[in-house]
Design a protein around this ligand. Structure first.
Ligand SMILES: *Cc1c(COP(=O)(O)O)cnc(C)c1O
Length: 394
């Protein structure tokens, strides 16, 4: 079986002449980093997620670092999170000199199991870093309930969740208002909108926002934009050790176009996901991802759990042979050499569901340029790849 024409990639950003024009405008303006375009992108992103403050940074990993610092995470502290995530989640905790404490995910999804958080709390627990994995909102209501009970701050790793929604007090709200203390977003090309690389922090706390702005630019007390516009001579000072986590105006200008496209991108992703779900429901033993009644995913990735008899690598290879690219399930940080057997993390109870998800699920292609014929082709190829006798698949 072959689609005859081309290889279907797993993801593809939506970029065209509009982004080219935005970058061109910035280049010709002469102001190319953290200037007016960044300020405007922040304003528009804040409006989109309905947050009082949004601060743009170089990527989501740096956003996570600043968010954890702002809520007071430092050396000796513990941060409850998942191993089942891109490694940047746990690394950001390590940047603060703190210890990630890994809690398992739910048996029937890819997000943290809220029931397992309490047992992981110690006197050193400073924060919970929860992840909206693959764009699916995690159970913030229950996570925040535990956090409030124990006086712990909560940071949302919303890297994948731009445009995802959660039912909150009877209303659908976008991830990033934020519902916890800080939310962090990514604009890497693998996410639903991109600036090449890029990140955003949203918060309701003006003090946090202030600290993000200071720390993203070397701890400099007077930003370039203020000095540039000043009619009198002013000197900046550096009151603490900061970082260079700036976003450029080139990125921000592209981000503004991407943000305009976002509602259409999400509508289209949700249509494709719905078609996948209806076609995949016909395949025996296969479990498509499902939204809880209180969540609407942006379907940043479409990750299906394979039937127990299926061999993940074999299925992925057969799909590749049919011209369909896939990826394995979400990685487990604790299994990587950077963490495995090392003391700088702690595992709360077991990570059975996390490990099982990595080795028994695969991500199917999902991007805006796909059509329903592509989805049908991919599902047919998957059905064939799952047939037990390999000689039947040709
Ligand atoms: C992509 C991703 C990150 C890192 O984002 P960057 O912008 O590449 O730094 C962090 N956490 C999760 C869950 C991600 O998927």
């Amino acid at each position: 079986m072959s689609n005859g024409t081309h290889q279907i990639p797993v993801a593809k950003p939506v970029l065209d002449e509009r982004e080219v024009e935005a970058a061109r405008r910035v280049i010709l303006s002469g102001w190319v980093t953290q200037g007016p375009e960044v300020a405007q992108f922040e304003k528009e992103f804040a409006a989109y997620v309905d947050a009082p403050h949004a601060c743009a940074v170089s990527n989501c990993t740096t956003a996570l670092h600043l968010a954890l610092m702002a809520v007071g995470v430092g050396p000796g502290d513990e941060v409850i999170t998942v191993s089942h995530s891109f490694i940047a989640t746990a690394n950001a905790v390590r940047y603060c000199g703190a210890t990630p404490v890994f809690v398992d995910i739910e048996a029937d999804g890819f997000n943290i199991d809220p029931d397992k958080i309490v047992a992981a709390i110690t006197l050193r627990t400073r924060a919970i870093l929860c992840v909206h994995q693959l764009g699916m909102p995690c159970d913030l209501a229950r996570i925040l309930q535990v956090a409030q009970q124990y006086g712990i701050k909560v940071v949302e790793d919303a890297a994948c969740a731009t445009g995802s929604e959660i039912l909150w007090d009877g209303n659908w709200e976008r991830i990033g208002r934020p519902h916890a203390d800080v939310a962090c977003f990514s604009f890497h090309p693998r996410k639903v909108v991109t600036t090449g690389d890029g990140g955003m922090l949203t918060t309701r706390d003006a003090g946090y926002d202030q600290s993000f702005r200071l720390l993203r630019q070397h701890g400099m007390t007077v930003p370039d934009t203020v000095r540039h516009g000043s009619r009198s001579v002013i000197f900046e000072s550096y009151d603490e050790v900061g970082y260079n986590y700036r976003m450029t105006d080139l990125q921000a200008a592209i981000g503004r176009v991407q943000l305009e496209r976002l509602p259409e991108i999400i509508a289209s992703r949700r249509r494709l996901a719905a078609l996948y779900a209806s076609l995949l429901s016909e395949i025996d033993g296969l479990r498509p991802p499902a939204e809880p009644s209180w969540a609407r995913s942006n379907w940043q990735s479409y990750c299906v759990s394979l039937p127990p008899h299926a061999d993940q690598v074999e299925v992925m290879q057969k799909l590749l042979d049919c011209g369909v690219s896939t990826r394995r399930g979400v990685m487990n940080t604790h299994l990587e050499p950077a963490y495995r057997g090392k003391a700088q993390h702690r595992i709360a109870e077991t990570l059975d569901h996390s490990e099982y998800a990595q080795s028994s699920s695969i991500m199917l292609p999902l991007f805006v340029q796909m059509n329903s014929e592509d989805v049908r082709y991919i599902v047919a190829a998957l059905e064939l790849a799952l047939v037990r006798a390999p000689e039947l698949v040709h």
